[in-house]
Design a protein around this ligand. Structure first.
Ligand code: NDP
Length: 399
């Protein structure tokens, strides 16, 4: 018997709402609020049966959020708007004594930089208020943290090497589109790469390190080393890790388009004056690119995301690979979404369910790997994300 307020009616928000609506025994009352009310109404109409209430909200505005939360009185807010809104929504949760969950860590609008420091700084305030905040509960971050915690709990005494591998071998038929919010996606990819080695961060040029990696059921795909936020929390919570890296696949065409857009200045976040108006080129680019929520229909192929781990158990070397593959078409059949929104939205719903049913409990700000991974791992296949594991076999990332 719980009430949830979902903020953000984009690709991920639509999946979270549909998935929560399908579990009435946990999510008895649901409200979807976003900047554009019509998008919330459309999702609520599709779900039907008056299952979902809707509201308009500007999540950059704390008093507006507080007013909405006080009116609806949810037990938890699921934030699937943009990382820019994390802190305002956390402030509103503190003011209204409401639990919090998100899928992406805070980043300031004017600097393309993401790290947990801003949100971890809220730990004492959430703790003192007796509230739970769960950070990064999508797939990556999210399931990748749970996969690592599961490996640490069941298969290793010490994890030494962690490689998170994220492949999208899908084809949406568009010349160029991003699978989640274009602004956030392009900011992430065009930054310097970074990985953890022997107690410090090693920085690379953007997309400097790449190699083909073999993905289950897909084959080899060009994979690029990026910085990804879960590396920061995982090396903190599993201090035996000697090296942690994150790899993501990109097709040649995607990289070509990205290079052109970058070379002509369209990915810049510095405002320029155009006909008397200050505009940010990347925000303008976002406005002309397809919305992630619009890519589902006809999207072919699959994603494969997992963790490849090397460490020791009972004094012996051991390897472990755990992964999920998701077909874009089956995500569309289930909730009219493409695979990236799906693999993010389903874990966000499961994380909220873990908290609201008391399986994940705590006071303060937590990353997902700090909780018991078992009930979450059990729920993944039940709600659409089956996973597979291989023990003591050569790791594809090391070949
Ligand atoms: P979309 O751009 O499709 O959706 C974002 C939604 O947030 C839009 O509906 C937008 O409104 C709304 N929004 C933006 N600003 C505000 C605001 N100030 N107030 C209220 N609503 C606002 O993005 P996605 O659904 O693809 O991504 C959502 C989140 O999920 C992002 O933070 C992204 O980083 C994260 N993500 C996490 C992943 C993971 O595995 N952990 C993977 C993929 C995404 P409008 O429609 O009016 O623009």
């Amino acid at each position: 018997m719980s009430k949830v307020l979902i903020i953000g009616a984009g690709g991920v928000g639509s999946v979270v709402t549909r998935k929560c609506a399908a579990v009435p025994e946990v999510f008895t009352d649901i409200m979807l609020a976003s900047r554009t009310l019509e998008k919330c109404d459309q999702i609520a109409r599709d779900i039907g049966g008056d299952r979902v209430k809707t509201a308009q909200v500007d999540a950059d505005n704390v008093p507006e959020l507080v007013e909405l939360i006080n009116k609806f009185k949810p037990d938890m807010v699921i934030n699937v708007a943009l990382p820019y809104q994390d802190l305002t929504i956390m402030e509103a949760c503190l003011e209204t004594k409401t639990h919090y969950l998100d899928t992406a860590n805070y980043e300031p609008k004017d600097v393309a930089k993401f790290e947990y420091s801003w949100q971890w700084a809220y730990h004492e305030r959430f703790k003192d208020a007796g509230l739970l905040a769960i950070l990064g509960c999508g797939f990556d971050p999210g399931v990748t943290g749970v996969f690592t915690a599961y490996a640490a709990k069941h298969y290793f005494d010490e994890i030494h090497y962690l490689d998170i591998v994220d492949c999208n071998a899908g084809d949406h038929g568009k010349a160029f589109a991003t699978n989640f919010n274009p602004e956030i996606n392009i900011r992430e990819i065009t930054q310097n790469g970074r990985y953890w080695e022997n107690g410090k961060w090693v920085e690379t040029e953007p997309l400097e390190i790449n190699k083909p990696i073999e993905y289950p059921g897909i084959g080899p795909r060009d994979s690029y080393l990026l910085f990804h936020e879960e590396l920061e929390s995982l090396v903190k919570h599993f201090p035996t890790i000697k090296r942690a890296r994150f790899w993501m696949t990109f097709g040649k065409q995607y990289i070509n388009y990205l290079n052109v857009l970058q070379d002509v200045g369209m990915t810049s976040i510095k405002p320029i004056n155009f006909k008397g108006l200050d505009i940010v080129p990347l925000e303008f680019l976002k406005a002309v690119l397809p919305e992630p929520a619009s890519l589902g229909e006809g999207y072919k192929g699959q994603t494969s995301i997992g963790c490849q781990i090397r460490g020791i158990k009972d004094g012996k070397e051991r390897t472990y690979y755990v992964w999920n593959n998701t077909e874009h078409a089956s995500a569309y059949r289930d909730v009219k979404a493409q695979g990236i929104s799906y693999t993010t939205g389903v874990p966000a719903m499961i994380g909220a369910m873990m908290a609201l049913t008391g399986k994940w409990a705590g006071k303060g700000v937590f990353n997902v790997e700090q909780f018991n991974p078992d009930p979450f791992m059990e729920a993944l296949p039940k709600y659409g994300l089956p996973w597979h594991e291989q023990i003591d076999q050569a790791l594809p990332v090391e070949k």
